[in-house]
Ligand binder design. Structure first.
Ligand SMILES: Nc1ncnc2c1ncn2[C@@H]1O[C@H](COP(=O)(O)OP(=O)(O)OP(=O)(O)O)[C@@H](O)[C@H]1O
Length: 262
């Protein structure tokens, strides 16, 4: 099935340039106390309505980059500015509490923050609806498939209405079919919520399919060796993945990855 190229092209660059950045990193370096230099001179910018993927070889510092963006760890050099009232973090493992239902897992953060019961129920119900889990609120994690568990984890991150959403390879542990479905789901949620997203992945095709920019990192110490714009509007139909234009862009990202390895 063919996709009309004209409908896929994104808004003009000047509209994009007018948006203030939600995450701004300038010359960021990270050296651990062990002496490992994980990142060197990383600069990047993510604005509301950007879904930016980061690909790079194993151990190049992708998770470190995300931890720095979230404030879980401190930079050794350079600066990070975050203009976000709420930041969310989705990990590769759904990290759900097995003794709490899907609904109760999603409510957890609001519960800890002291949000009144009726309000946190409403927020959790809405978030579960957003990820397509209406009807599964009372199920426990062990009663859910891997994809559904990941949806609960996504719902939990969305309850906070994040301005900045950080994803550390959230679909890496899923089977291929579920992974492709989750990519389509995330796009749908992203279109509705328009957060600023930073998405770590090992999959070049996932990065190209999901993002409006792909940052390619070199081997450790990680630095950004390419910043590749992905020109298609959302929603992107799944069959886009089988088109020549898509193959050309994944080829460009892969070539930058290989170049950064040398
Ligand atoms: N807390 C830490 N203390 C010391 N070294 C660390 C620490 N965390 C990460 N590192 C090192 O920093 C480098 C980057 O690690 P990081 O986990 O960020 O890489 P990554 O690109 O996310 O890897 P992968 O793709 O395999 O998940 C690695 O060499 C790792 O061993």
């Amino acid at each position: 099935m063919s996709v009309d190229a004209a409908t896929l092209h994104a808004p003009t660059a000047d509209i994009l340039a007018a948006r203030p950045s939600t995450l701004l990193m300038r010359g960021v370096c990270k050296t651990f106390s062990t002496g490992t230099v994980a990142l060197t001179d990383v600069s990047l910018e993510v604005a509301a309505g950007d879904l930016v993927s980061v690909v790079g070889p194993s151990g190049c510092g992708k998770s470190t980059l995300l931890r720095l963006a979230s404030g879980l760890d401190a930079v050794s050099g350079g600066t990070i500015q975050v203009n976000a009232a709420a930041t969310s973090f989705v990990f590769q493992e759904p990290t759900l509490l097995e003794w709490r239902s899907a609904q109760k897992n999603v409510e957890l953060i609001d519960e800890l923050r002291g949000v009144p019961r009726a309000e946190r129920r409403r927020r959790a119900t809405e978030a579960l609806e957003l990820v397509g889990l209406t009807g599964f609120e009372r199920q426990f994690p062990r009663q859910l498939s891997g994809g559904m568990r990941m949806r609960v984890s996504l719902a939990r991150s969305l309850v906070a209405e994040p301005d900045l959403a950080l994803f550390d390879e959230p679909f890496g542990a899923l089977d291929e079919i579920t992974r492709l479905r989750m990519q389509t789901e995330l796009q749908r949620i992203f279109r509705l919520k328009q957060f600023a997203g930073l998405f770590i992945t090992h999959s070049v095709s996932e990065a190209v399919y999901l993002s409006n920019r792909v940052l390619v990192m070199s081997g450790r110490p990680g630095r950004i060796v390419a910043d590749i714009a992905i020109p298609w509007q959302y929603p992107r139909p799944p069959e886009l993945r089988y088109q020549a234009e898509f193959a050309a862009l994944t080829g460009q990202v892969s070539a930058a990855l290989e170049g950064g390895h040398e």
